[in-house]
Write a protein that binds this ligand. Structure first.
Ligand code: B4P
Length: 190
């Protein structure tokens, strides 16, 4: 079983690449962003709580996010391997994930970060806002806040796994296929 974390700033291409990796390697894809959007779309109690954070460009509190993630992993514990897309985004989330994987006799094999600069992120999210109309992409202040939150709260997760020699960074700018090729090289070397 290979378990992978796809990491990077908002709009770095995590979701785009995760879908392609699922096709090639048969991972079970867990995107906490997609899960929250599903809950928001259905106006569930969790969705209503998450909405206020997501629309402001803030992280949903760890307690809610971890509980949701755990339930999804436990319900699918016999899969070939997980690809975690957008989780963990804080070190308490990373701790919780490691404990969960250990309890299943598993571990995180690798964190791969997509390296994309701020200007490229802003351009991509502005383009996506036109196509998909996501509230958290449309407003430049919200996008800037997401970038700031990523730098402050999420980049320590890279260091958390670097401590175990599991973190690596690849160039996230270039065509979608080029980035995919770089990711596949990392995965094939595992
Ligand atoms: P996510 O859904 O994870 O959103 P994201 O970071 O914007 O997406 P991603 O990096 O996957 O970008 P994509 O591939 O779509 O999170 C949304 C929100 O949910 C967070 O801000 C937070 O509030 C909340 N949340 C989620 N997880 C959480 C957690 N663990 N804890 C707390 N809160 C959490 O790519 C973006 C765009 O770029 C697309 O339009 C794509 O077509 C384009 N693109 C991709 N690759 C490209 C390339 N190589 N070149 C040009 N364009 C490219």
């Amino acid at each position: 079983m290979v378990n992978l974390i796809l990491f990077g700033p908002p709009g770095s291409g995590k979701g785009t690449q995760a879908k392609m990796l699922v096709e090639k390697y048969n991972f079970y894809h867990i995107s906490t962003g997609d899960m929250f959007r599903y809950e928001m779309g259905n106006n569930t109690p969790l969705g209503l709580k998450a909405k206020e954070y997501i629309h402001a460009g803030n992280l949903v509190p760890d307690s809610l996010t971890i509980e949701m993630l755990k339930a999804r992993v436990i319900a699918n514990k016999d899969v070939y391997g997980f690809i975690f897309d957008g989780f963990p985004r804080t070190t308490p989330q990373a701790d919780a994930l490691d404990q969960l994987m250990n309890s299943m006799g598993q571990n995180v094999n690798k964190l791969i970060a997509l390296d994309v600069d701020d200007n490229e992120i802003i351009n991509r999210l502005q383009e996506r806002a036109k196509v998909q109309g996501r509230a958290d992409d449309a407003n430049i202040e919200t996008v800037q806040n997401r970038i700031d939150v990523y730098k402050k709260n999420t980049t320590p997760v890279f260091d958390y796994y670097a401590h175990f020699d599991k973190s690596t960074k690849i160039e996230g700018v270039g065509s979608i296929d080029d980035v995919f090729g770089r990711l596949c090289t990392e995965i094939d070397n595992l």
